[in-house]
Design a protein around this ligand. Structure first.
Ligand SMILES: Cc1cc2nc3c(=O)[nH]c(=O)nc-3n(C[C@H](O)[C@H](O)[C@H](O)COP(=O)(O)OP(=O)(O)OC[C@H]3O[C@@H](n4cnc5c(N)ncnc54)[C@H](O)[C@@H]3O)c2cc1C
Length: 467
């Protein structure tokens, strides 16, 4: 049953998705006096979900540009949920336990090196803190955008309000829905139409707006995310390990730290290859919290091998991957100890910023994609949300110009600014995505530092002045 509830108000901007990127965008617009906005969120309530996000200097710099208060709230310290954070160094070790590299986790070090620090917060905490900056009445929960229509001078946005609880309202936790299986419209719902001069799609990797934007035959293969070639196998709580196993892991790998990443052996540092030439291999992050331990295995694997496996068969697949990569018995034994009901596998999907053939644009007319909706990717370099904040800053800079020049009615000017947004952001994303899929353990110290300077040291405000 559907009831139509039409809202005749014409918004300057409708943001679809109250995740980190949508809310940061809304905060940035408000801080520039653009307050005639609505943020649509399909979740029926804000719930404690999501993984830990590392907010890094480039993301913080973007937040500062958007709204100094956003920068401030995100920097406030709290103990993050999830695996414990190593302090003060996060070690990457080879299969024999030799240190390959370590990363400082001390925010002061980051501040000194890159002019901005870092913080680790759960997705829910990031969302909660950014929500503080947007009036509650501007965030419309239980409004799932289902369709859009272009009209003269505005875009019409169709939403449904759901009367039944959704299982997985957070896009980054779900694999894409296979074709023909998208029967999400509930039996009891209310329809609503909104009108907006601009629509910013921040609705995550399974973006509805992206599917609308790429509905033409020639782009339909880019509408939904594609498998990245990598998956995670994880168990956040294996329980207490047998004493002898713990003693072996502690002595060889943990070496006094609560977290360690073990990777396949790095080749000699003399054999320096270009960063893009290396393809990521299997690695495991192991952590200990109190007496319990957990792990996340990241591994290249075909989607065919993953499909249809769960429980004990999935654990066996993870062990097989580690076996093939030469991981020692103690690590395989640790992985095997995970209780099947606490063991999860997660294929990582992505929207490639660069691909063979014609790439579909991130905007059309008055509608533009940001964050994971534009370029979702695996989290190996912890850049997803940070790059999303850079998108938000760039799009807000573009809209600020539209506002200043009174160009809300000028579709040519809007299209041109959204193209400039993409020209600034797409090459950065293409490089970040390429590097995300490489073998970080094989980067030389020099290559690592070059990457850090490139991604963390950029002067965003100066880049945006060129818009
Ligand atoms: C395991 C893991 C670890 C990660 N670690 C890091 C990290 O350390 N650092 C980092 O930078 N990134 C990390 N990421 C990536 C990061 O989570 C994403 O890049 C980030 O959440 C993207 O933000 P977003 O706002 O674009 O999309 P999302 O976070 O997916 O938010 C989208 C929002 O839109 C809503 N929505 C969806 N569809 C609709 C619709 N049709 N109508 C209305 N609302 C809708 C959703 O409910 C959600 O609230 C990680 C990801 C994973 C899976």
């Amino acid at each position: 049953m559907g009831a139509l509830n039409s809202n005749d108000h014409l918004y300057d901007v409708v943001v679809v998705g109250a995740g980190p990127v949508g809310l940061a965008t809304a905060a940035g617009l408000r801080s520039r006096g653009i307050t005639n906005i609505a943020v649509l969120e399909r979740a029926r309530s804000f719930r404690q979900v999501g993984q830990v996000l590392d907010i890094l200097p480039n993301g913080l710099r973007a937040l500062k540009y958007l709204d100094p208060q956003a920068h401030q709230v995100i920097l406030e310290p709290t103990a993050p949920a999830g695996p414990p954070r190593p302090a003060p160094q996060w070690f990457y070790r080879d299969l024999q336990g030799q240190a390959i590299r370590s990363v400082s986790m001390d925010s002061e070090d980051w501040l000194q090196k890159y002019g901005e620090s870092r913080n680790s917060l759960s997705w829910f905490n990031v969302q909660t803190r950014l929500r503080e900056l947007v009036p509650q009445e501007d965030i419309w929960i239980n409004h799932r955008c289902v369709d859009l229509r272009e009209a003269a001078g505005y875009v019409e946005v169709d939403c449904v309000s759901n009367a039944t609880e959704e299982q997985n309202p957070y896009a980054h936790w779900t694999a894409p829905v296979p074709d023909g299986a998208n029967s999400e419209t509930p039996e009891t719902f209310e329809e609503k139409k909104l009108r907006a001069k601009l629509v910013i799609a921040a609705d995550g990797i399974n973006s509805t707006v992206r599917q609308w934007l790429y509905s033409e035959e020639s782009y339909s293969n880019q509408a939904k995310p594609a498998y990245s070639g990598f998956a995670a196998f994880l168990c956040m709580d294996v329980g207490e390990l047998p004493e002898a196993l713990w003693a072996e892991l502690a002595e060889q790998y943990f070496q006094g730290q609560p977290v360690v990443t073990v990777c396949q052996n790095a080749e000699s540092q003399d054999e320096v290859v270009s960063l893009e030439e290396t393809t990521g291999r299997s690695r495991i992050m192991m952590f200990r919290r109190g007496k319990s331990c957990g792990y996340i295995v990241h591994t290249p694997i075909s989607l065919d091998a993953l499909q249809g496996t769960s429980g004990a068969a999935s654990t066996a697949l993870a062990i097989q991957q580690l076996e093939q990569a030469g991981f020692p018995d103690c690590i395989k034994q640790f992985v095997r100890l995970a209780p099947p009901e606490r063991f999860t596998q997660r294929p990582y999907h992505m929207h490639r910023a660069e691909s063979e053939g014609e790439t579909a644009a991130w905007s059309s007319g008055r509608v533009v994609l940001v964050g994971d909706a534009a370029h979702g990717m695996p989290p190996f370099l912890a850049q997803g949300v940070n790059q999303g904040f850079e998108d938000a800053a760039t799009v807000v800079a573009a809209i600020e110009r539209i506002q200043r020049r009174g160009q809300w009615g000028d579709e040519g000017a809007i299209a041109s600014l959204f193209q400039q947004y993409e020209q600034l952001r797409r090459p950065v994303m293409a490089r970040v995505q390429k590097l995300t899929l490489t073998e970080k353990a094989r980067w030389s110290d020099r290559q690592s530092e070059d990457y850090n300077q490139w991604v963390f040291g950029r002067d965003l405000a100066q880049e945006l002045a060129a818009l």
